[in-house]
Design a protein around this ligand. Structure first.
Ligand SMILES: N[C@@H](CCC(=O)N[C@@H](CS)C(=O)NCC(=O)O)C(=O)O
Length: 199
């Protein structure tokens, strides 16, 4: 059975949501990152970074939430969480899936740490450029690829959830608020949030 190494209140929520969308059985293994559980050598062999989430599927081991979501989408094709091979939508699918770690994460870090870099040199430009691009992409909706919900929405939806609702570092633009409302209406996110809250 697939195994998710996770901790509540962390980026693990992305992978919990993804697994709930996939609708497959999986085992959860709690890693107590607030008390050093991530330093367990056995866990470090799965994720040498000692961070959650991490994932095992038989002999396959991986970490990085975007990679885990992409892996699950391919592992569970019946759930339809990624455009199929040959579908031109796959272009934008990868674009937005990689936009999360490549642009949104560093934009968040920039906001928290309040540092400046030349926007042409920083791979993500700057915080405003990232969220302007996202707002434009989400304008039409309902999802980042249009009609098709995908793993890219799990990554981006979770970031907006944390950025707009929890940390309030992203301004609640109407497009983001409407998108978040659609995300919250998904039973899979509701289940994932309940699991997360129960710890
Ligand atoms: N790039 C990673 C980030 C994972 C991450 O930073 N996880 C944090 C919790 S949100 C963590 O495990 N921190 C514990 C530590 O660094 O010791 C991903 O997207 O999965």
């Amino acid at each position: 059975m697939m195994k998710l190494y996770w901790a509540p209140g962390t980026r693990s929520l992305r992978t919990l949501w993804m697994l709930e969308e996939a609708g497959v059985p999986y085992e959860r293994v709690l890693v107590d990152i607030r008390n050093g559980g991530q330093n367990d050598p056995a866990f470090r062999r799965i994720n040498p970074m000692g961070k959650v989430p991490a994932f095992e599927d038989g002999a396959a081991q991986l970490a990085e939430s975007a990679a885990i979501c992409a892996y699950i989408a391919e592992r569970c094709p019946e759930a339809g969480l990624a455009p199929k091979l040959g579908d031109p939508l796959r272009g934008r699918y990868f674009h937005w899936l990689f936009f999360e770690p490549g642009c949104i994460e560093p934009a968040f870090a920039q906001k928290f740490a309040n540092f400046e870099l030349p926007t042409t040199a920083a791979g993500w430009g700057d915080f405003t450029r990232v969220f302007d691009a996202l707002e434009t992409a989400l304008q039409k909706g309902p999802w980042i690829l249009g009609d098709k919900f995908s793993a890219a929405d799990v990554m981006i939806g979770c970031d907006l959830l944390f950025g707009v609702e929890r940390f309030k570092i992203v301004e609640p633009r109407p497009v983001f608020a409407a998108y978040l409302e659609r995300c919250h209406a998904r039973p899979a996110l509701q289940r994932a949030m309940a699991i997360d809250a129960a710890g």
